[in-house]
Design a protein. Structure first.
Length: 142
């Protein structure tokens, strides 16, 4: 399965959009701390949101396989910006708190599903063994 998204900056609105096909995934902006208006999520917040949403959707996927009666799932993900070795910044230690509410007697199966996130959450697996990133540049004149 290939995954492709497109991001575009709207010069007039001074914010961007992330799209996949015709679906608007999210608007984004430069964080206030770096001179943006903060009118939309920052790339760093979207990054953390991808960790949280992957944990939740992976849990839901596993819980469905066990026919668990899921009443609630929540995740809070935090990290801190820190200086990167090559200059600039990066997100350091990522902390995830995830909780679920399931039907009576299903707690043990739910706990097993939560433990399995360590194996099956694609974003977590990617962060623990990062792929190479290839960047191609294109410059045009007006």
């Amino acid at each position: 399965m290939e995954i492709t998204v497109t991001a575009r900056w709207d010069i007039e609105k001074s914010r961007g959009k992330v799209l996949t096909g015709d679906i608007n995934i999210a608007d984004f902006d430069i964080p206030k701390e770096f001179g943006g208006s903060g009118s939309a999520a920052s790339p760093e917040q979207l990054f953390m949101a991808s960790v949280a949403s992957c944990m939740i959707t992976t849990f839901i996927y596993l819980a469905k396989k066990l026919n668990l009666h899921v009443e609630e799932v929540f995740a809070e993900v935090s990290g801190r910006l820190e200086r990167a070795e090559k200059g600039g910044y990066k997100i350091g230690n990522i902390n995830v708190n995830i909780g679920v509410k399931v039907g009576k007697g299903e707690e043990k199966d739910a706990e097993n599903c939560l433990r399995a996130l360590d194996t099956y959450c694609i974003i977590k697996n990617t962060l623990e063994s990062p792929p190479p990133i290839t960047v191609r540049f294109e410059v045009k004149s007006a």
